[in-house]
Write a protein that binds this ligand. Structure first.
Ligand code: SF4
Length: 465
């Protein structure tokens, strides 16, 4: 006869007690859009329609006022107008889905809550967010990763030996203030006259496929933009099918922040059916088809985002992964990163894959963090998530590519200069005998440096102070 186990006192919660981060499962929520005056009468059916979302994107202050009513004071709109005139490198474009994840219900002072909101801080920047001492690093530049220098045909960057990036189009359903492709993506702002692609989309796609057929050493294609959600589906599907026909292509990754910013797009019947056809073909040919998205804060992970990610997995996409960007005031604490990763991994089936340091583009110093802080964050997030879902924090070093932040070769912390090496030539270094022995520099934000370091930069930067 088996005996009932003796009643035991529950062991103390050693696992959770006293940990620097306390995990607790949290249900995803779609914030109630009817809390915003302009959307009081919007039905669920409208909200879940991609057409309704696209038609009601917020592109200027007038449209923002129409949604927010009198919730925000004039000081917010003045701050926004000055930023757009004096600093913004991206124009405003916010699908309702994204705007709705800013400021949850119940804020006592909406303007204060909106100014402090982590999603607002990178999607709708205002002048008071930016630094006045060093708004830009002296080494900041448009196209800071030199992607255009490495175009082998228009829009196709060949930076790594076996991988290429295909920039299919220069638009997205949403524009992020910190966009690394600010040189090309979006409409021009008073600060940035955007580069224009010259080939017709169909000719650009043909030239890319032709290059891949001629270059069998390339096995991995990131199909990006902009955001592929802005390509008419038939054009995208036709390109993907042609790509899957190239024998040497073994990995295809679709880059789309819209999976989070406009999940309604990826839930449309026509898109889901098309994605299933592509996934089936990829599977038959043994190609790994994945979606890479870009989520920076846990508040953006809502039930609709989870539904879009799971739908892609259900129709045969092998994996949905997140590539976030580390930004001060948005997510640059261990708690913010872990909250986001647990929501992605545990509630939406999105793999927390990478967090990048924000690139050295103009007017981005208030977002950027130092390599030392990124190393601290990497250390702080280890051991909480499954190993395969623990994000790697990476620095995209100009002329090098992604390096894990602990791979730094040498680091002058006083001046905030880190030095990196690489083990391959980029597409423009075939004849460069020093490419594999040279050290390549990356720069910390100057305001994070000790006083001697800041003084050194003031003395060595002609335009400083
Ligand atoms: S979605 Fe990506 S490409 Fe588009 S603006 Fe944002 S960061 Fe840039």
């Amino acid at each position: 006869m088996t005996q009932a186990p003796e009643a035991t006192t529950a062991p103390p919660l050693r696992a959770a007690a006293g940990q620097p981060y306390a995990y607790a499962r949290r249900e995803l929520v779609e914030p109630d859009w009817t809390r915003l005056p302009g959307w009081r009468g919007v039905t669920r059916e409208q909200w879940e329609s991609a057409q309704w979302q696209r038609a009601h994107c917020v592109k200027n202050a007038k449209q923002l006022r129409a949604v927010m009513g009198d919730l925000l004071d004039e000081r917010f709109y003045e701050d926004l107008a000055r930023d757009q005139a004096e600093r913004a490198t991206m124009s405003m474009l916010l699908p309702p889905q994204m705007l709705n994840t800013m400021v949850p219900a119940g804020a006592a002072d909406w303007t204060e809550a909106f100014l402090a909101d982590p999603v607002r801080r990178y999607m709708l920047p205002v002048l008071s967010d930016r630094r006045t001492d060093w708004p830009s690093h002296p080494h900041a530049s448009r196209d800071s990763l030199h992607e255009h220098d490495m175009w082998v045909v228009e829009g196709l960057t060949h930076r790594y030996p076996t991988k290429v990036l295909a920039e299919m189009l220069p638009t997205c359903p949403q524009y992020c203030g910190h966009c690394t492709r600010m040189d090309l993506v979006g409409t021009s702002t008073p600060q940035v006259d955007k580069l224009r692609l010259s080939l017709k989309p169909v000719d650009r796609a043909d030239a890319m496929i032709d290059y891949l057929r001629r270059t069998p050493g390339v096995r991995d294609v990131v199909v990006s933009g902009g955001d592929v959600a802005n390509m008419p589906w038939r054009q995208l599907e036709s390109f993907l099918m042609r790509l899957l026909d190239v024998e040497s292509v073994r990995d295809v990754r679709l880059a789309t922040k819209a999976l989070m910013g406009l999940p309604q797009h990826w839930l449309q019947d026509s898109v889901v059916e098309g994605l299933e056809r592509v996934a089936r073909t990829a599977h038959r040919r043994g190609v790994n088809l994945a979606i890479h998205t870009h989520v920076n804060h846990v508040n953006s992970v809502t039930p609709l985002v989870a539904r879009a990610a799971r739908t892609a997995l259900e129709v045969g996409v092998r994996d949905v992964r997140n590539q976030g960007v580390l930004m001060e005031g948005v997510n640059a604490t261990p708690e913010d990163l872990l909250d986001l990763c647990f929501a992605l991994q545990g509630e939406a089936n999105v793999l927390p894959y990478y967090f990048y340091l924000c690139d050295m583009i103009p007017n981005s110093e208030h977002w950027r963090v130092s390599v030392a802080h990124a190393q601290h964050l990497q250390h702080a997030v280890m051991g909480y998530l499954p190993g395969y879902a623990t994000p790697r924090i990476v620095c995209d070093v100009p002329f090098v590519g992604k390096r894990w932040v602990h791979q730094v070769e040498e680091y002058d912390r006083e001046r905030g200069i880190s030095y990196w090496t690489k083990n391959y030539r980029t597409g423009i270094e075939a004849d460069d005998v020093e490419a594999l022995t040279r050290r390549y520099a990356f720069y910390d934000p100057i305001h994070t440096l000790p006083e001697q370091g800041q003084r050194w930069w003031r003395e060595h930067t002609p335009t400083a102070g």
